[in-house]
Design a protein around this ligand. Sequence first.
Ligand SMILES: Nc1nc2c(c(=O)[nH]1)N[C@H]1C(S)=C(S)[C@@H](COP(=O)(O)OP(=O)(O)OC[C@H]3O[C@@H](n4cnc5c(N)ncnc54)[C@H](O)[C@@H]3O)O[C@H]1N2
Ligand code: MOO
Length: 390
Amino acid sequence: MTTPLPWAVARETAWAAGYAARTPAVELPFGEAVGSALAAPLVAVSDLPAFPTSAVDGWAVAGEGPWRVEPAQFGGAVLAGQVPEALKPGQAVKIATGAQVPEGTEGIIRLEHTELEDGLVNGPAAREWREAGEEAAQGEELLAAGTPISAPVIGLAAAAGHATLPAHARPAVRVVVFGDELLTSGVSRDGRVRDSLGPMVPHMLTAAGAAAGPSIGPVEDTLEAHVAALREALADADLVCTTGGTMVGPVDHLHAALAEIGAEYVINTVAVRPGFPMLLARTEDGKFIAGLPGNPQSAVIAVVSLVAPLLAGLRGLPLPELGSVTLAEDVPGRGGFTHLALVDRAGHRLGHHGSAMLRGLANAAGFAVIGPDSAGAEGATVELATVPGA
Ligand SMILES: Nc1nc2c(c(=O)[nH]1)N[C@H]1C(S)=C(S)[C@@H](COP(=O)(O)OP(=O)(O)OC[C@H]3O[C@@H](n4cnc5c(N)ncnc54)[C@H](O)[C@@H]3O)O[C@H]1N2
Ligand code: MOO
């Protein structure tokens, strides 16, 4: 067996492999670009605002006051969405917030500060408008390449005149579930257990930025069936996540199946508990296979440790940042391995945290990261690895 890779190194290695293979940058509609990173700088297509825009409901005035109301000339008022005539000295016209300010305007009086008598308006006039180009000049860079495309970025892009964004598409992902003992309905019985990974993992991968199809399997525990299922999944996916069969048990065929299809290891086991038999491999044509251990919590740890960083890289994003949590109790280490320990927001360990269990995970804020050859002391602040989709 190869030497397990330190956990922090494994995260970075998975991310770097994804980043080097990131999906080609293409113009994507906003809904498909969100969650990726800008593949080119975002520039303003026009000045922002494109024209001087009233910031208030009021009266636009020119020259010395009091000012003469000119309803006829302006059709009653200057509203948003119109191009108004120029204002002459001595004139006043009602103007709405967001309306283009007439040329010649020297001030705007807020409605609530206006005195109106005998067709004349009076009050404090001020430059209550946003100048053209105040937020950005046409052609100006608004955001650098590499910026994560969030909801506010999409709002800014739309305001700046864009309909699409240059970004990296969601990688297509399929989950392949190995195991003769698995049931897809009913209750666990007669030595057989319900498949919990097939229904769960695609949601995590979607939350981590993938386009996940339905899971394939459970696949029969033979080498031929494993190879056939891998080939089927690879046909329409950039990344295949398998579950189970990562060890060397009598029916663990993943390693042999990888050899059979000519895949090479990027990572083969990670020094983390639970979850150490996880792996990442690459096919000759550059597709990825992530091997998630069969124990359900260990499979989730492999998603957190390898698959989420890989997906971030494939979408052109930086390595996902770890959060932090202050431990409310001592948490033991796991010797030379990193210990990923389920904790709640308050830093308490959760019960039911065995690697075969999901009960603790379903209540958790994430995994407290207890580094190798160390222990987590009550009151210490440590890194927190969160679960996509949790
Ligand atoms: N001799 C050793 N045996 C094991 C070791 C070891 O170091 N030496 N490590 C254990 C660890 S740690 C893990 S993790 C597992 C990894 O096993 P596999 O990836 O080969 O997974 P399986 O053997 O197929 O299954 C393990 C376990 O998980 C259940 N399982 C599998 N798939 C699902 C699913 N989709 N839904 C629910 N439960 C699932 C399966 O029934 C087994 O109970 O190896 C240990 N053994
Ligand atoms: O590493 Mo296993 O994944 O402890 O359950």
